[in-house]
Design a protein around this ligand. Sequence first.
Ligand code: MLT
Length: 399
Amino acid sequence: MAKMNENFLNLKESYLFAEVAKRVKEFSAQNPDKKIIRLGIGDVTLPLVPVVVDAMKKGADELGVKETFKGYPEYEGYAFLHKAIADYYKSFGVEIGTDEIFVSDGAKSDVGNIVDVFGIDNTVLVTDPVYPVYVDTNIMSGRKIIYADSNEENGFAAMPDKNIKADMIYLCSPNNPTGSVYTKQQLKEWVDYALENKAVILFDAAYEAYVSDSEIPRSIFAIEGARKCAVEFCSLSKTAGFTGTRCGYTIIPNELEVYDSNGNPVSLKKLWYRRQSSKFNGVSYPVQCAAAAVFTPQGQEQIKQNIAYYMKNAKLIAETLTELGIKFTGGINSPYIWLKCPNGMGSWEFFDYLLKNIQVVGTPGEGFGKNGKGWFRLTAFGDYENTVTAMKRLKELMK
Ligand code: MLT
């Protein structure tokens, strides 16, 4: 008799975005004539930029020629992409080794899979509200999870508590879902806490390309000491519209160590390479060519135009909420706007209210944790015209 992994019994019945999609599908089936505007899941709407498409096509062409054909890619990615990523980090003052980069099909997979290399008896700390993947993957493997509150009082930037011990710490800045960002000083406090506890920070930098303030760190490795206590996950999904194309990367410093049960240090990078080479066969060549094109001067220029387009949406949403007197955070160094549901409404209540009355879809804050109760997330990744319409409808509804 095959037994189930009973940790799954501790999960919520469905993944947050699957639940949102289900409710929208039901509404749509009952109201086929209504035009729904989706500002829920952070999925991009602009196409890949020309330089990326050209690089992908060229990569595909090479696969069709005997002399340039390639079979299995390297488990950790091609050297040309490692160099492009390391040079990109250098452009904002962070040195990483090309041998510390692991290319993958996206940050979600790596953030979820990294738990394989950590013992079950680690205590996991997540900030609340939180991107559900950090929680779900640790519930699936049966680790103890503790929560650090991000709330209105601390500007949705949870800070470490010296009296609480954690071994694995998930941080995300710019934050999904609240759009808040950690300052250098705040991240330094987390790094110091991790070093003191011999803990590892799992830093999700998926939204770093949205940071426009040069004082805000775009990488945990901009912080002194982080190389000894942090892993960084990044993705081209939101940076360059790769949500469907799939490519991301994880950076594990050579000096980062975890410990066996006798307290002996073990290289985390080695463990991750071992895990990846057993369970992952790499990212396709054309996709890695496309990813490398993102980091060329032309690629950077083209993706910056897309980012500016999304940030124009963020500005419009922020202005509308300000006009309506609705409290919010985010929308400045981040594509997410995190708002307090008006008139004391609950998150799912507000979700249903918007869907039913103006056919605008957002994400209920409650789905991200207890501190999200009464809050709601809108994304700036929509089409501009649709965002304009959504904001017009919201103004009429809330007046
Ligand atoms: C989100 O909407 O939070 C993200 O799109 C989810 C993800 O990146 O997996």
